[in-house]
Design a binder for this molecule. Structure first.
Ligand code: ARG
Length: 576
């Protein structure tokens, strides 16, 4: 049950009954402090001003009309006209019992939608680098959250598997095969293979001639070139899969829907845009002029969809791709996790999509942009020699750093357990560091920070989980033995429980806005609320009915942290 939404609906009804126009915003929010209750309606004041009424008087009118049933025990006017709502303790306790016995922790499923999520999207014959890391981790957390809410999620890995570079790559692959017969070893370092191909292309005219020839053949469906192309895709995706598996990212080979998939649609799209009068010929190319975007002279910007030589562009592909996702998957929403530098590109492609009428207005195309990953010096994250950081190397380093930490913290554990803990903590640290930041800002990659056991970090959250579990273990009771009901006696218990029941609000926000940091902040606050509760309310030494009640709160905390981290793609440990 989403309590915030529920109260918001009730306050909206009361607003209307008090004379506000239909649809006036109740703006019910979680209260920032316990003294303001559990929720606060902030919209009343603004509505009163619009009506020319005295805000406090109007707030009283709204309260007179407000029917919260048994949900709230107290409603009061605060400050210039806020309404503070204090939830009823018995009602809260009942919700806790319901959440505890429900595998979904009381979180309702939503009306099922078809949602396509475009994320990860590395390029063929290129090493996956840290730029793709953000897209992969953030996208995967949102995918898990949407699925948890009951949606039909289509993972679309829009890999860069097309373009003229494949001519030189095929020509070089052929050379390698002729020389050694064995390709997997040579391609182990994809970056090097790519660089070598480029060098041969630039320096060897015969090679370049062959490469250009292969581009043409590949585009016209030649079998030999298609086979060679597929080898390149396979080797690349095998390597990426290794990264995905390590990171516990839910992508597989089946989710690959690369650029090449849309090739057959492109000529038709250009013809259609011409027929609709949207595309015009300009200097031999096919161009769509958009009033919505201006070039530097203030004139409508021309977006090329087909070059003079007949080649299509990244934009043409994204037009086709959006159309396909709507038509083929009957998508209600399409979410793109792509870095913010591609924002204009997407907006142009989608403006054309809308103008051409390829997608109805109620289908949403959403760019969930993210900033760059920076080094500690505030410059783009690079290796010491200035190259791009390979994702695999980064993950290796995370593991070896975590190993040192665990060695210090838990010297008593056996080697296998240390390794297991270190790798779980390492992958979690890399992911959580990214997920916990507001994604639209650039983010500074900092080892010490992400591996710290203090603050809003993965090790802190994982440790918080094991601590709650250990309280429970020490009590020596299992869930079915907790026969006494949850009873709230003090503020710390109320604050903890109210926070526990806000889990659904966090889940829904992530699903709606694509901002996993909302879940991280929620879990971090929850862990803090649990610590305060644990300090103020003894569990193990408490008498029977109270002890059971508090253990239930602890158990619900553990379950919520585990479920929340799981939605972020982060594993928990029973001990660390
Ligand atoms: N492969 C592209 C890159 O590495 C990202 C593709 C994102 N998805 C899309 N539909 N354009 O920049």
């Amino acid at each position: 049950m989403n309590i915030q939404a529920l109260i918001n609906d009730k306050v909206s009804l009361a607003l209307e009954a008090a004379g506000a126009p239909a649809g006036s915003p109740a703006a019910v929010r979680q209260s920032a402090k316990a003294q303001f209750g559990d929720y606060q309606a902030n919209g009343v004041m603004g509505v009163a001003k619009k009506l020319g009424a005295n805000p406090r008087e109007f707030a009283q009118k709204v309260i007179d009309q407000l029917d919260l049933g048994d949900i709230a025990e107290k409603v009061e006017i605060a400050g210039p006209g806020f309404i503070n709502i204090f939830l009823n303790k018995t009602w809260l306790a009942e919700r806790a019992e319901a959440a505890l016995t429900d595998a979904r922790l009381g979180v309702a499923t939503q009306e099922k939608q078809n949602i396509v999520v475009d994320y990860s999207a590395p390029n063929v014959a290129k090493e996956m680098h840290v730029g793709h890391l953000r897209s992969t981790i953030i996208g995967d957390a949102v995918v898990r959250t949407l699925e948890f809410l009951g949606h039909n999620v289509i993972r679309a890995n829009h890999i860069g598997d097309w373009g003229t570079q494949f001519g030189m790559l095929i020509a070089n692959l052929e050379r390698v095969q002729q020389e050694s017969g064995e390709i997997s070893m040579e391609l182990a370092d994809l970056e090097a293979f790519y660089r070598e191909s480029k060098k041969l292309y630039d320096e060897d005219e015969a090679f370049a001639e062959r490469a250009r020839n292969y581009v043409v053949k590949l585009q016209s469906g030649d079998q030999y070139c298609a086979d060679m192309w597929k080898k390149l895709v396979d080797v690349t995706m095998e390597q990426n899969q290794y990264n995905y598996d390590r990171l516990n990212v839910s992508l597989t080979r089946d989710n690959v829907m690369g650029e090449s998939m849309y090739n057959d649609m492109l000529a038709g799209i250009v013809a259609d845009l011409k027929a609709k009068g949207l595309a015009v010929e300009d200097d031999g190319a096919q161009v769509v002029f958009l009033d919505e975007f201006k070039n530097k002279d203030g004139e409508p910007m021309g977006v090329i969809i087909q070059k003079r030589d007949g080649g299509f562009l990244y934009t043409t592909t994204d037009i086709a791709c959006a159309k396909y996702r709507y038509e083929h998957f009957n998508a209600n929403r399409v979410l793109y996790f792509i870095d913010s530098r591609q924002h204009q590109h997407l907006m142009q492609a989608w403006t054309i999509v809308r103008k051409a009428g390829y997608i109805p207005d109620d289908v949403s195309l959403e760019h969930h942009a993210f900033g760059m990953m920076l080094g500690k010096d505030g410059r783009p994250f690079k290796t010491r020699s200035g190259g791009t950081v390979r994702l695999a190397d980064l993950l290796d380093e995370a593991e070896s750093r975590a190993k040192v930490l665990i060695e210090e913290k838990n010297p008593e554990l056996d080697a296998a357990e240390k390794t297991k803990i270190a790798s779980t903590v390492a992958m979690a640290a890399v992911k959580y560091a990214d997920l916990s930041k507001h994604r639209t800002t650039d983010y500074v990659f900092d080892w010490e920070n992400m591996l710290a056991f203090e603050g809003n970090t993965a090790p802190y959250m994982q440790y918080a989980y094991t601590r709650v579990i250990s309280v429970f273990k020490r009590a020596g009771l299992n869930e079915s033995e907790l026969t006494h009901p949850v009873v709230i006696n003090g503020e710390k218990e109320q604050v903890l429980l109210s926070k526990l029941l806000q889990f659904e609000e966090a889940v829904e926000t992530v699903a709606r806005e694509g901002h996993p940091h909302v879940m991280c902040s929620y879990l971090f606050e929850l862990a803090g609320n649990f610590s305060s509760f644990y300090e103020a309310c003894p569990i193990l030494n408490a008498d029977e009915p109270v002890k059971h009640s508090r253990l239930k709160l602890a158990l619900l905390t553990a379950k919520t942290i585990k479920q929340g981290l799981d939605l972020l793609g982060i594993d928990t440990l029973e001990r660390m």
